[in-house]
Design a binder for this molecule. Structure first.
Ligand SMILES: [Zn+2]
Length: 180
């Protein structure tokens, strides 16, 4: 039978305790993470006030030394986000523009997917495939009083969208030989 070795000095006991703590944290990683998250959620206001107090105290003492922000990394993260959420981002941009212009209406990501199926994955004007890349076009341009609702959008290839830009839809369709 192994006899538990007694720690000779206080320093030994301290070191043994430290190692035991590390092992405990390693074994219960998930549990600890969950508890910390719960605590943060339940004490949001308190933590916010504490963080602010630390900030103001350090600022007043001249010891405020935040981590430098990594501009390049942040920019990359933003770019990756936009790429991964292209439809959502486009919907957001259009909504914002429409809001800025004081117009109402909005469409969702699923509206775009529905439209895509309805248009058979083809540009509304020239019928090129828009499976890979597409633009969301306002049938009546925002600048001509169109709104930002599902009923006023169609999907086009990037070329048609650029060429049409803020033209009247029937003018542009005529140019494409679509309407008389
Ligand atoms: Zn086109």
């Amino acid at each position: 039978m192994a006899v538990k070795k007694l720690h000779a000095t206080a320093a030994d006991r301290k070191e043994a305790n430290r190692l035991a703590c590390i092992k405990y944290r390693e074994r219960h990683k998930e549990k600890i993470k969950k508890a910390q998250k719960k605590y943060r959620e339940e004490n949001k206001e308190k933590l916010r006030v504490n963080a602010l107090a630390i900030y103001y105290n350090k600022k007043a003492a001249g010891t405020w030394n935040p981590k430098p922000r990594n501009k390049e990394k942040n920019r990359l993260t933003a770019r990756l986000y936009v790429r991964a959420h292209a439809e959502k981002y486009k919907a957001h941009c259009h909504k914002r523009r429409a809001l800025l212009k004081g117009e109402n209406g909005s469409y969702t990501k699923s509206d775009v997917h529905e439209l895509l199926k309805l248009q058979n994955y083809k540009c509304a004007y020239c019928k090129t495939s828009i499976r890979k890349t597409r633009h969301i076009d306002h049938i009546i341009p925002l600048s001509k009083g169109g709104n930002n609702s599902r009923k006023n959008i169609q999907l086009t290839c990037p070329d048609c969208n650029r060429r049409k830009s803020a033209k009247d839809p029937s003018d542009y369709a005529r140019q494409c030989g679509l309407l008389i």
